[in-house]
Write a protein that binds this ligand. Structure first.
Ligand code: PLP
Length: 498
């Protein structure tokens, strides 16, 4: 005698009339879940469509539609004259998903128990940054100033007369014309000494660093990372199973002597010498030479993350550290995320010639190749000179925004936030005054629609001072004053409360 679902089914079903999902869809989803979780055992007889419709207060057609769907999928079977049953031919009685929604796939505890150690490490990652661009978000370009018309013209041209090869898997090392353009650009703008064959294109700087770590490090190796530093990169390294050694940064950049004292046998140092992230310090020449010598003596690697060097407002930028490397120990990493836009997901690394083959195989195994069409469009964008024009233009736009930001800070933030002007990059630091905590300040600013980062976020331990990291590039000039004023009012309200 088959069990009758009757009231049990009603206890399981919970239809939401405000949902955009039609009622029959909700119904078939919920019955399907109940079968998969064994809450409706195999062979159970369901109430008639008429009775169920009445009990649920829905039309009979709703129930009939849901039953028909489940019959078509094989979850239910209809027996002439006897009604609808949970199909008895489903595999075993093992629940396919947990019966208790509270212990469902979504809960953190359940996830954790299903993950590898590496997966758990990633799930616990400290990088809680969310994509989005609000006034003063760090690292955000002025999207509205992107040369959309030029880009779309190149994009259409690429599709109108496509070389058929563009649709096949690309070269694992990247689209050759783009590698050539990047090599030329780097030689000219950054003093990087390389052939196009050493330029490897991947989907962003993050990927580039991960790739280098995969090729050059073993689990358990120690890696010097800047403290404070770019949190996502720290997490990336941890995910590779390496030991992250937090080396302090001073006015000359990463303190090499400290690094040696903390982990003399480190295999790699990851640095941002052109503009330390987030402090904005330029690594001095003596420090660069000291780091290079350490790497050479210890057969260690240096990752030079040159993420936003294009934006220097006065004078020429200092050449990349790679240009000083005589021993082939520097892996230079660049990205188009700041200079163009992050969703393009194109970055690159320049590796010493003897690492090209191993890196090619790593690229091949990991992702075959980065998407080719955007690379082809970008190669044209560079070859036609639009890239150089764009950098020049953005430099002057960002400089203007920086100056407006500083003017407004003097007016609205005096005594609350000591903002330091910069001659490069996309962000400034404001040190909080009057005992305001940076978490408090961040939360308050967020309530006013201003999404900044607190400086403590970037430090491994307690920061020396409370501060905010503020991007000045993504806020149109006419809005800068208003938002700085709002920020000031928010900070003022925090002091009034104390
Ligand atoms: C210091 C630093 N390095 C690397 C990156 C990552 O760049 P990508 O978007 O190319 O992965 C960022 C992005 O904000 C960054 O700030």
């Amino acid at each position: 005698m088959p069990k009758h679902a009757g009231g049990a089914l009603l206890g399981i079903l919970d239809l939401d009339r405000s949902s955009r999902l039609p009622l029959f869809r909700q119904l078939d989803n919920q019955i399907r879940q109940a079968i998969l979780s064994s809450r409706l055992p195999l062979g159970t007889r369901l109430p008639s469509s008429r009775a169920l419709a009445r009990d649920l207060g829905v039309s009979r057609l709703t129930v009939v539609n849901a039953f028909q769907q489940l019959i078509a999928e094989g979850f239910l079977e209809a027996k002439r004259g006897a009604g609808s049953f949970v199909a008895s031919g489903l595999p075993g009685s093992v629940p396919l998903i947990p019966a208790d929604p509270a212990a469902g796939l979504q809960t953190v505890e359940r996830q954790a128990s299903r993950l590898s150690r590496r997966g758990k490490g990633l799930a616990d990652c400290a990088d809680r940054s969310t994509p989005g661009s609000s006034p003063f978000s760090p690292n955000q370009p002025a999207y509205e100033e992107f040369p959309f018309a030029k880009w779309s013209r190149l994009w259409s041209r690429c599709w109108r007369r496509p070389a058929m090869d563009l649709l096949n898997y690309g070269d694992p090392l990247g689209y050759q014309p783009l590698r050539r353009e990047i090599a030329l650009y780097l030689a000219d703008a950054r003093g990087v000494r390389c052939e196009a064959s050493q330029v490897i294109i991947v989907s962003g700087a993050q990927k580039a660093v991960g790739l280098a770590a995969m090729v050059l490090l073993d689990p358990g190796d120690s890696v010097w990372m800047e403290d404070p530093g770019y949190v996502t990169m720290h997490e990336l390294m941890r995910a590779q199973g390496v030991r992250v050694v937090a080396v302090p940064v001073d006015q000359e950049g990463l303190d090499v002597k400290c690094g040696v004292a903390m982990a003399p046998a480190a295999r790699m140092a990851v640095v941002t010498p052109s503009r330390q992230y987030p402090l904005g310090v330029l690594m001095s020449l003596p420090r660069r030479l000291e780091l290079l010598e350490w790497a050479q003596t210890n057969q260690a690697w240096i990752i030079e993350d040159d993420y936003d060097s294009e934006f220097r407002f006065t004078g020429r930028p200092l050449a990349a550290m790679q240009s000083l490397d005589r021993a082939g120990r520097v892996i230079y990493v660049g990205t188009f995320s700041k200079v163009l836009f992050p969703s393009l997901r194109i970055g690159y690394l320049v590796v010493p010639a003897d690492l090209v083959d191993a890196t090619r195989m790593a690229c091949q195994v990991i992702e075959k190749a980065a998407p080719t069409i955007p690379q082809a469009v970008l190669a044209e964008f560079m070859a036609e000179g639009h890239f150089a024009t764009h950098i020049r233009r953005m430099r002057s736009i960002y400089r203007e925004r920086h100056d407006l930001f500083m003017d407004a800070s003097r007016r609205h933030l005096a005594g609350l936030l000591e903002v330091h002007a910069t001659d490069s990059g996309m962000n400034v630091i404001g040190w909080l005054e009057r005992g305001i905590g940076d978490l408090q300040a961040q939360v308050r600013a967020r309530a006013d629609g201003i999404v900044t980062n607190r400086m403590s976020y970037y430090y491994f331990d307690a920061p020396p001072r409370s501060g905010l990291h503020l991007g000045f590039c993504n806020t149109p000039p006419a809005e800068i004053g208003r938002h700085v004023q709002k920020l000031g009012e928010g900070l003022e309200s925090l002091t009034a409360r104390d």
